[in-house]
Design a protein around this ligand. Structure first.
Ligand SMILES: [Fe+2]
Length: 407
């Protein structure tokens, strides 16, 4: 037995034998060990899935209007009940793939905790603060911040208002900071800006406290008679963490040309192939645009990666209209996309002065090497798919003039 009569329990996030610099584990010193609960039973709740095989492929450019947040006067929905899988790939059992979920909720989780056996959650609040209690302590996560709750960590989300946001789930491995290469030792997201919780505990007996587990894509519930937040102390390097996106140091062109969006990578979940990500979390923060002889917005492109985008606030520079905070877009691998007609015309003429780009805006992208399948909820039952999205490019005109003088 440990000092103060505590039990010691290890939570590991890597195999015991991975190289030392990659090894992740924490020791939890708790009033009762996590093993003390009744058997798991299946739980039908929420709308999460890890089954992407039965879904009909859809290569179109897709855009969603802001997802509906249920009114508290109509229905009480907590974070877990309000999680809906929008798209994904791979499968949880083989630990390969990823999923994008959207959450909308208006009520705190009460006497229930959730943990995910399938992978890590990167949570991006878009509206409303999340008050997250974890086995490691408490995290308040507001819009413009993100948090990562890693595989196996129990957590409970409390809210004071109607909330909406996005979740990137990865099955393969944990998120890490991208290498900086020639950028050097400083830049992008700096390690010192990531915050981890301090231990917090309660010694509370509760009849029928629910421990909810996502395992192989399905939900299960087990009951126990005490709060799981009884970790009095912990040490280790496997923890939940949060990051304020406004701390991101933006790198960009100061001469000419539009740099690739990989320069905005906050966190990456690498695949086994060098430079190829299962998922990158990328942001488009406020910054200066100073490039000369350049079309500054994103260029037209067809990408070998799939690109899911969300908007936390403001107006995304390539689509000032139509793409709204709380909405989303998906441009699948090799599906062409780029600026809408207005954006192209406006940015193809006029003097290129230094200017602030994306002031008051924070857009983000989940970029993956996998081909994403859109769920039935995403295609139909969320009722937010914008069937007119393609029209934003239909008025693009020919400007070709074979007799024009070279500039
Ligand atoms: Fe793109």
């Amino acid at each position: 037995m440990c000092p103060y009569g505590l039990y010691a329990e290890q939570l590991n996030g890597t195999a015991f034998t991975v190289p030392r610099d990659q090894n992740r584990r924490s020791w939890l010193y708790r009033i009762l060990p996590a093993v003390l609960h009744h058997p798991f039973k299946e739980l039908k709740e929420g709308n999460m899935t890890a089954n992407f095989e039965a879904t009909k492929p859809n290569p179109s450019q897709l855009r969603w209007h802001p997802f509906n947040i249920p009114k508290k006067t109509e229905a009480s929905v907590d974070f877990l009940q309000g999680l809906n899988t929008l798209c994904g790939a791979g499968e949880a059992k083989g630990r390969h793939g990823m999923a994008v979920h959207v959450y909308t909720c208006n009520t705190s989780m009460t006497d229930r905790a959730f943990y995910n056996s399938d992978g890590d959650f990167l949570i991006v609040p878009q509206q409303g603060a999340l008050f997250i209690t974890t086995e490691f302590g408490k995290l308040k996560v507001e819009p413009l911040e993100i948090c990562v709750i890693q595989q196996g960590m129990r957590f409970t989300v409390a809210v004071n208002e109607e909330c909406r946001g996005y979740v990137l789930e990865v099955y393969d491995c944990h998120f890490r900071l991208p290498d900086l290469g020639p950028i050097g030792a400083n830049g992008l997201a700096n390690p010192r800006d990531f915050k981890i919780p301090k231990a917090w505990y309660e010694d509370r007996e509760v009849k029928g406290y629910q421990i909810i587990n996502k395992y192989q894509g399905a939900l299960f519930v087990a009951e126990q008679d005490h709060s799981p937040y009884d970790v009095v102390a912990w040490h280790g390097n496997y923890t939940p963490y949060k990051y304020n996106l406004t701390n991101f140091m933006v790198i960009n062109s100061v001469s000419y040309d539009h740099a690739d969006p990989s320069i905005f990578t906050v966190l990456t979940c690498p695949s086994g192939k060098p430079g190829v990500a299962i998922a990158d979390f990328v942001i488009f923060p406020p910054r200066w645009g100073v490039a000369e002889h350049t079309f500054r917005p994103p260029y037209y492109h067809r990408n070998i990666m799939s690109e899911f985008m969300g908007l936390i606030r403001g107006h995304y520079e390539a689509k000032p209209e139509g793409f709204q905070p709380g909405g989303a877009t998906l441009h699948s691998m090799m599906t062409p996309h780029g600026p809408d007609t207005n954006c192209f015309e406006k940015n193809s003429s006029g003097k290129l002065e230094p200017e602030r780009i994306a002031e008051g805006t924070m857009a983000f992208m989940f970029e993956t090497c996998l081909g994403l399948a859109v769920t039935e909820w995403g295609e139909t039952s969320c009722e937010k798919l914008d069937h007119a999205y393609y029209k934003c490019w239909q008025s693009l005109k020919k400007h070709f003039n074979p007799n024009a003088k070279p500039q």
